[in-house]
Design a protein around this ligand. Structure first.
Ligand code: FAD
Length: 472
């Protein structure tokens, strides 16, 4: 099979690139996805839990390859956009400026806006947040935070706001619905699902296609890797592009020695859990019966004492939900460091493409990150003392009497925003071409050289829009 472009991985970036690149009817594009594709939304074959944006489902998951049990993301057309929390936020202008001139906010911002529109972003997921979330907003205001009128306005970096979401009514508007569905009928677009790409095939230092785990070959003039921050580096390494010692460890011949997978970025954090007053439990019961209860609704953007002026480095996300084990109500706040200094690593477990990569998260390897999270915990504790939240919260169940540092170290986890493993400058150039290789690009979350202080789906979608425009 021969194509002009093969796009590897039908996640957020892959759906966008396949759709945009096939707008040119003279270009034969093939999109290969490891997980299932359920076809157009209108055919009604997508599983209910994937379509329902009020909860995060775990039914189409790669599982964990890491030192913890954390998911490596979704294995389904749409990728992580098919099971994510639908939050659509931009980083601060400084986040993109630090990626270099070509990605400076001034140039990149139109692609963020384009992606925001493409994902059908709404300002909030509900107009009926309920007593708990209303109380958190009032408590935040009492603690000195402003209500943001625009969650992404750089001139109002800190404050509390409903999360903008890519949901249409209650449907999680994943990248497959947003971008692939309008393109599915094109004769020049081939969609191949349930197919695992093993490696890129080269003629010297030129990429000429990919080989799949079942031995098929897809030839192409150009290969674009969009398998996400865990799997794009794994494909590169299996193909002979990676750190010399790592490739040697697996007996892989070197095509290009590059620091692939050497710097894994993610936001990190943990949570506080409260015991709820019986009044609040009754109220949540009533709200669930009469309206919707969405998993995520609000974000408090806050700044620690280490944060650069005019920006933020913390997300605090209040939550109220049923405890899946007891069936009773639980509530609290999750908090994340949005500009951590600690980094991790992604490495091959073996040369078998069905083996998940080894993920070393590296959280808290820099002590400054711990200090920032201790401040975040104090912010959450302060909120719980403010009216009208204070009477709704009986006690702090977790960490409670446990030493805060111990709590953070024991429960630290990622925000599901892996990035940075094929970074601009180190692995790819400013236009996402792999250094020293012709016809091979990486164009997903892995190319971010630093992590923006925002959930990463919108930025990833904008990266895909920008690269698609370059290749148009
Ligand atoms: C649980 C969860 C919640 C999240 N919530 C939010 C949120 O609310 N807001 C937000 O902005 N961000 C959120 N994110 C992050 C966001 O969804 C990701 O940043 C974004 O989807 C990354 O896009 P990507 O294209 O880089 O990778 P992905 O979307 O992960 O796509 C990669 C695709 O490649 C496929 N693939 C991998 N290896 C191969 C292979 N060898 N062969 C073929 N196919 C392959 C995968 O199956 C997958 O479909 C969340 C992520 C998770 C996991």
């Amino acid at each position: 099979m021969r194509f002009d472009v093969v796009v590897v991985g039908g996640g957020t970036a892959g759906c966008i690139l396949a759709a945009r690149l096939s707008e040119n009817a003279d270009r034969a594009v093939c999109l290969i996805e490891a997980g299932p594709d359920y076809g157009p939304l209108a055919d009604g074959k997508w599983p209910h839990e994937i379509v329902d944006g009020s909860r995060m489902p775990w039914t189409h998951d790669w599982g964990s390859g890491g030192e913890d049990s954390s998911s490596l993301g979704a294995r389904i057309m749409g990728g992580c956009s098919a099971h994510n929390a639908c939050v659509v936020l931009k980083g601060s202008p400084a986040d993109y400026d630090e990626w270099g001139e070509a990605w400076a906010y001034e140039h990149f911002s139109p692609y963020l806006d384009l992606a925001r529109t493409g994902l059908r972003t709404a300002q909030r997921n509900t107009d009926r947040p309920g007593v708990f979330y209303e109380a958190v907003v009032e408590a935040a205001v009492a603690a000195g935070y402003s209500r943001l009128t625009d969650a992404d306005d750089p001139s109002e970096p800190v404050g509390i706001t409903p999360c903008p979401v890519n949901m249409v009514e209650r449907t999680r508007w994943n990248a497959a619905f947003a971008y692939l569905d309008p393109a599915r009928g094109r004769a020049n677009l081939s969609i191949v699902d349930r197919t695992l790409v093993d490696r890129v095939v080269f003629d010297g230092s030129r990429a000429v296609g990919v080989r799949t785990s079942d031995g098929r070959r897809f030839d192409a003039d150009m290969v674009v890797l969009t398998a996400g921050a865990y799997f794009s580096p794994a494909i590169l390494c299996r193909s002979g592009i990676g750190p010399e010692a790592e490739l040697a460890r697996h007996g892989i011949g070197i095509v290009a020695a590059l620091p692939v997978g050497e710097r894994l970025l993610d936001h990190c954090g943990t949570s506080v859990r409260w015991e709820l007053s019986s009044d609040l439990q009754r109220e949540l019961e009533r709200h669930e019966r009469d309206h919707e209860l969405y998993e995520f609704h609000l974000v408090l953007k806050a700044a620690s004492s280490r944060c650069a002026r005019g920006t933020w480095d913390l997300h605090v996300l209040p939550y109220a939900d049923r405890d899946p084990e007891s069936g009773g109500w639980e509530a609290g706040a999750i908090f994340f460091h949005m500009k951590p200094l600690s980094t991790g690593r992604v490495r091959l477990r073996s040369t078998d493409p069905t083996d998940l990569p080894i993920v070393e998260r590296g959280f808290l390897t820099r002590t400054e990150d711990l200090a920032t999270l201790l401040e975040a915990l104090e912010i959450v504790r302060t909120l719980a003392t403010k009216d009208p939240l204070s009477p709704l919260v009986e006690t702090e169940l977790r960490p409670g009497d446990v030493d805060p540092e111990h709590h953070i170290r024991e429960t630290i986890s990622g925000y599901f925003h892996p990035a940075g493993t094929c970074a601009i400058g180190e692995v790819v150039d400013a236009d996402c071409h792999v250094h020293g290789i012709e016809g091979l690009l990486v164009a997903d979350a892995s190319i971010m050289p630093t992590i923006p202080r925002a959930n990463t789906n919108l930025t990833t979608a904008a990266i895909a829009e920008r690269i698609a425009a370059d290749l148009a």
